[in-house]
Design a protein around this ligand. Structure first.
Ligand code: SF4
Length: 496
């Protein structure tokens, strides 16, 4: 059977899809990038914004129409949207065979086989117990390591194929699941369940296997990754301890972790970033707003002052650190003054980049139940543009400071531009090499410009800066030293 699996949403979904692909291959199925030729269509979905869900509805509309037209197809919805909407997806889209929540992905192969055998719709959702626990919990509990549910998520991580990862030489590694923070706008705690940290030995073993298979950079994933805490035998291992443990893995060169939550941020993590050579100097730490009033309404458990202190501590402890932020504009009741506080935070924090989103009300969240979505869409759009412009100015200034420096990048592969051109079948022509000026025998002057053997590549520094430069395609997965010669707000341009 040929399976097409499309992924929407965050890195956690990218990893989940990677692991599901391994399982499907193990079960004898073949993966394809071509949805039209596939017999099984799977969508690993995201519920964070309305827009993401609409995209899935439109994909399902297309798939179900083809099935209704006589094409033999198995159609499945996986991940957060599957968990949120459950059986409603089968009712709304006649033709959907599989609905599988994020905690049940280890069962996808079996579900595909059952659906193919004509055994009716296959529904696997995380137990209501897990979700009740999540809803009841108001703060993280270091002693609760085991899932208080019947989900089988560990199965997925433990069965990963160390040779397959999202980029050459790089792999995501999940260190925890779920979230206990319950920010009022967010659906994650309801669809991904309570925080559960994986045992450190299991993570260590997985990273060793990956490094043994040639992975040199791991990115540790958690919805609130700095909340990682595993308690056993009276001993608690936190993220700083875990980083120290992973530092010892031979063959590994870089360790990153995303995404951090600003409340209760253990300063030992910053010290580990400074002391441990393999730990990258990069912190993605969403603020969401610069206004105390809005932070309270969002249910974020820190104040603007505490956030500022954390950024100051990060810059003092980890010189040269790259910091990225997240913002929501147009949260219910956000005034111009609140918005100005967010713009001020961008300037003060000197983020290297920020992810900025317009507020989108999610059914089932506290904000959707209790707050009126009263900021007009037009105002949200305007604030979004304004904040992006603030960030662009800050990013450009920061990037320009890097020109002239030589940085080490881990090469990801072709740049998006070169990738697009090569997909189209065209010749990838990077910056042509000008050898000088010459003249023909007849005295005609011409440029000795030849197409170089190199292509345009993209890589990332330890601070997560994106660098574009020309080089040989087989550098993908390798480290290269690149001199920065130019900069825009989004990208650094360099020379090998
Ligand atoms: S910390 Fe808040 S925003 Fe992040 S996943 Fe948890 S509830 Fe959502």
């Amino acid at each position: 059977m040929k399976v097409y699996l499309e992924t929407m949403g965050c890195q956690m979904n990218v990893l989940d899809s990677e692991l599901v692909r391994s399982l499907l291959r193990e079960s004898g199925m073949e993966m394809t990038d071509d949805a039209r030729s596939a017999e099984v269509l799977l969508y690993n979905t995201c519920s964070v914004r309305d827009h993401a869900e609409n995209k899935v509805h439109s994909r399902l509309g297309w798939a179900c129409q083809r099935k209704a037209g006589g094409k033999r197809l198995v159609i499945g919805v996986l991940g957060c949207m599957a968990q949120r909407l459950g059986i409603e997806l089968v009712r709304r889209h006649v033709g959907v065979d599989i609905v599988c929540g994020p905690g049940q992905l280890g069962r996808v192969a079996e579900m595909v086989l059952e659906a193919t055998a004509g055994h009716g719709p296959q529904i696997a959702l995380d137990s209501s117990t897990a979700l009740r626990v999540a809803m009841r919990s108001s703060k993280g509990d270091a002693t609760r390591n085991k899932a208080e549910s019947d989900d089988n998520v560990e199965f997925l991580d433990l069965h990963r194929d160390p040779l397959r990862h999202h980029l050459p030489g790089q792999a995501y590694v999940r260190i925890m699941r779920g979230c206990d923070k319950f920010c009022t706008y967010c659906i994650v705690p309801y669809v991904r369940g309570p925080e559960r940290s994986r045992p450190p030995e299991e993570i260590l073993e997985e990273v060793r296997r990956l490094a043994g298979a040639g992975v040199t950079q791991v990115t540790l994933l958690g919805q609130t990754v700095n909340s990682y805490r595993f308690a056993d035998d009276g001993q608690t291992v936190g993220l700083a301890d875990l980083l120290e443990l992973l530092e010892s893995v031979s063959g590994l060169k870089r360790i990153r972790f995303i995404t951090s939550y600003p409340g209760d941020f253990d300063r030992a993590i910053l010290q580990a970033m400074c002391d441990l050579p393999k730990v990258c100097k990069y912190l993605h730490i969403p603020a969401q707003s610069g206004s105390d009033r809005v932070l309270r309404a969002m249910g974020r458990r820190y104040s603007r002052g505490e956030y500022d202190d954390l950024i100051d501590a990060a810059r003092q402890t980890v010189p040269g650190i790259g910091i990225a932020g997240d913002f929501i504009v147009g949260f219910p009741s956000e005034t111009e003054e609140d918005f100005a506080a967010s713009a001020d935070l961008i300037r003060r924090s000197r983020y290297k980049n920020s992810y900025i989103f317009k507020y989108s009300s999610r059914p089932g969240t506290t904000a959707a139940k209790r707050l009126t979505d009263d900021v007009p869409n037009q105002v949200k759009r305007y604030r979004n543009r304004e904040l992006l412009a603030e960030q662009e100015a800050v990013s450009l200034a920061g990037n320009r400071e890097m020109t002239g420096q030589t940085v080490e990048v881990l090469v990801e592969g072709l740049s998006p531009r070169a990738e697009k051109q090569s997909r189209k079948g065209g010749t990838v022509k990077p910056n042509a090499v000008r050898l000088g000026r010459g003249s023909s025998e007849h005295g005609q002057v011409f440029d000795l410009t030849v197409p170089p053997p190199h292509k345009q590549l993209v890589g990332r520094t330890r601070t997560d800066h994106i660098v574009v430069f020309d080089g040989s395609e087989n550098l993908a997965g390798q480290y290269a030293n690149v001199k920065i010669i130019d900069a825009t707000a989004l990208t650094l341009f360099g020379k090998l």
